[in-house]
Structures are given as C-alpha cells and as structure tokens.
Write a protein that binds this ligand. Structure first.
Ligand SMILES: [Zn+2]
Length: 206
C-alpha cells in the first residue's frame, strides 16, 4: 500500500490505495526484461527499471493534470476581437493505448472567440495534457476540441491532428512514413464552409 499521495498524483487513480507502488512498477519492468530473454541484473540493465518508471512518469504526466482547470483562466478584454485564433504545428508525443508505443505528430488548434479568449500557450498545454496519456488519435482529437469548447464557449473550434504511429511503422504492418490525419470541427467550423476553408488555409492544410 502506498504512503499518502500528493494531490495531483492521487487524481491519477481515484482510489490511491489501489495504485501500485513505484517498487511494483520497477518489478514489472524487470519481469518484462526477463520475459524478453535478458538478464535484468547485468550491468547495462541494472538501472533500467528505474529509468523506465521515470520515463513513464513523463510520458503519462497528463493523468495528473486537469485540462478544464488549466483552461479556466480566460480573458474578456479582447477589444471586440472575434476573428480566428489559430495555433499551428503544435508538436506532441503520445502513446497508443493498444501497444503502448509512441504516437508522434503535430496538432493545429483554432477557435473563433465569442466573448472570451485564453492565453495562447494554453492551447498547446491542452494538447500536451491529453497527449501525455494513453491514447487513440481519434479520441485525443475529440478531447482537445471538446475541452476548448467547454472552457471558452466560442463560436467554433477546429482541431486537426497529423501523427505517425510507431505501432504501425515499427511493428505489425511496418509501413514507414504513413501518417494518420484526424479532424474535429465544432460550431462555425462545422457549419460554415468558408470558415473551415479559412482555417485550412491558415493552418497550411489546403
Ligand atoms: Zn497501437
């Protein structure tokens, strides 16, 4: 059983008592090393379980972060700005929930403000939070758009994600260079072709 968890970590798993300990996680890595056919006690691997667990803390840091909270601070002094706000080429690394191997790509995120805007770095942060979880690209794309929609209540949101899945490029069908594109258009981006076309042009997608 774990000691008392910091608040942020406790949110990862609602019942903190059920969360495996760090020692449990390192033991699991040792098991995988032995299962792969190697000796976890040899010099080169002796610190590997510790390193893998540290890496996982980084790869999956998004479970401890709440996008709604992060987006909560909005600004209403916009001088009536109601044109598109677009952040493009947001690079991200995620992990596919089926194979736990990397998904590496970029996201373009836009919204059409109604009354409120959010600090521009927040659009990158929302991508980061959802990326640092186990994902499928379709779900991640929808989550990013929905979080911005919920936080800002804008006239519309557009998200395009373009990524390579190493579960497809390095194993299985092994198709190097293949990338997957997913989109989520809400509000004006969904209903108004001209708005969507403007977004595609500004994002360099058309
Ligand atoms: Zn996969």
């Amino acid at each position: 059983m774990n000691a008392i968890q910091p608040v942020a970590e406790a949110e990862i798993l609602k019942d903190a008592d059920q969360r495996p300990s760090r020692e449990d996680a390192e033991a699991a890595v040792r098991t995988l090393l032995r299962w792969a056919g190697d000796d976890p006690d040899r010099e080169g691997l002796i610190d590997t379980p510790d390193r893998v667990v540290r890496s996982y803390e980084e790869f999956f840091a998004g479970y401890a972060q709440d996008p709604t909270e992060m987006l909560a601070r909005t600004f209403e002094e916009t001088e009536g700005y109601d044109e598109m706000v677009l952040l493009r080429d947001i690079s991200f690394e995620s992990h596919c929930e089926h194979h736990m191997v990397p998904i590496v790509g970029t996201a373009h995120v836009a919204y059409l403000p109604k009354n409120r805007v959010v600090g521009i770095s927040k659009l990158a942060r929302v991508v980061e939070i959802y990326a640092k979880r186990l994902q499928i690209q379709e779900k991640m794309t929808a989550q990013i758009a929905d979080a911005i929609q919920d936080a800002l209540d804008p006239q519309g949101v557009a998200v395009v994600v373009n990524a390579q899945h190493q579960c497809m490029t390095t194993r299985g069908i092994k198709k190097a260079g293949v990338s997957m594109v997913t989109t989520r258009f809400l509000g004006a981006f969904k209903d108004d072709l001209a708005t969507r076309q403007q977004f595609m042009a500004l994002a360099g997608l058309s």
